[in-house]
Design a protein around this ligand. Structure first.
Ligand code: ATP
Ligand code: MG
Length: 334
């Protein structure tokens, strides 16, 4: 049985949509198919578990999914143990892991994308405009067959598309880390998992900034730090696309930006300016709540102008032009 099939089993076993919809009642036939799949899943999981046992007490299906997702990462000695789940997010769950012999840090975070959510990526179209899709190694897809499969949305194409989504997160983190941005250091990407620096310590994970109350001085310092990071991102031709105080971690007075699969390319995505402005507005909303003044539109327009990005109204009348005062007025009245 291939690894992808194992993920498929995990999806199907956790698919409770049928029980919610009376029109899609689970038939007896489907029930017995499920039992058959369940049996195969656990045989496979038991095989893997002989070589890799971890401390974290996962639920049955979660354990099988973790084993499936982390086996290669464990074999490469990037992790030696899964200690606990840090958080289950919308698209992925993040685990605190003990680092393996190949690593020079004691702990790492493993972000593991869920098979089910991977099949239901919503609204990814607006972010993917102007991006080439990437393969599992993070290099641009070159096989016409892969590109066609994505365009036709075959199940193989969906698989390739989701791998590209994860590869964008990993490659972006690599690029930004090298450029000096405050992001967890990324170490490895395998299948549906990314291994990166764990922000926090053995006992406590970093808080999301949104849940932290800052002193006025610290708020000003961190606002400037976040804007500095947004500047680095623009300099590296990317926009976060989902930035807010929910995707910024706070630990010991320092911040780390996280969650990059949806990054947007400012030169080739016609809605880039609007997405960038939305990121700045959300960041400013948080810092305003901490008593620090932020003129989001001005900050965004100045940064945008610094890099000479042009895409705006001229390409799509629905979108604002950062250099047009009328557009600013319209935006303020929104
Ligand atoms: N490197 C890390 N170190 C410590 N905790 C982390 C790390 N990366 C992520 N987390 C925790 O896991 C949560 C989910 O991570 P992330 O935002 O990347 O995934 P997501 O699936 O997009 O989640 P969400 O839907 O909540 O945004 C974060 O809010 C944070 O609490
Ligand atoms: Mg997130």
């Amino acid at each position: 049985m291939s690894k992808n099939q194992l993920s498929d089993y995990f999806d199907e076993l956790n698919d409770d949509t049928d029980t919610e919809s009376p029109r899609k009642r689970i038939t007896q036939k489907r029930e017995s198919k499920k039992r058959e799949q369940e049996a195969k899943l656990f045989i496979r999981a038991q095989e893997i578990a002989k070589e890799f046992q971890f401390t974290y007490k996962a639920a049955r299906f979660e354990e099988a999914w973790l084993l499936d997702s982390l086996t290669e990462i464990h074999e490469h000695q990037w992790i030696s143990d899964v200690l606990r789940k840090v958080k289950g997010g919308k698209e992925a769950s993040v685990y605190l892991c003990k680092a393996g012999a190949e690593m020079s840090v004691p702990f790492v975070a493993a972000k593991i994308y869920r098979p089910r959510s991977l099949r239901n990526l919503k609204n990814d179209a607006q972010y993917r405009v102007g991006r080439v899709d990437l393969d599992a190694d993070g290099t641009a897809l070159w096989k016409e067959a892969d590109k066609n499969a994505i365009a036709k949305r075959t199940s193989y194409g969906e698989e390739v598309r989701h791998r590209s989504w994860i590869a964008y997160e990993f490659k972006t983190m690599e690029r930004l880390f090298e450029a000096g941005a405050d992001v967890p250091r990324p170490y490895a990407m395998e299948k549906n998992a990314i291994v990166m620096d764990f922000v926090g310590d053995e006992n406590t994970a970093a808080s999301i900034l949104n849940s932290v109350n800052l002193s006025h001085t610290e708020a000003r310092t961190l606002r400037d730090r976040v804007l500095h990071n947004m500047d680095i991102m623009l300099a590296n031709e990317c926009i976060h696309g989902d930035l807010s105080a929910y995707n910024i971690l706070y630990w010991n007075g320092e911040i780390k930006l996280i969650d990059f699969p949806q990054i947007v390319l400012p030169r080739s995505n016609p809605t880039a300016w609007n997405i960038f402005l939305r990121d700045v507005v959300r960041v400013c909303d948080y810092f305003s709540s901490q008593g620090v003044n932020c003129d989001a539109y001005k900050i965004a327009a100045d940064l945008w102008a610094k890099y000479g990005y042009r895409i705006g109204k001229q390409l799509d009348p629905k979108h604002l032009d950062p250099e047009n005062p009328e557009d600013r007025k319209a935006w303020e009245k929104r």
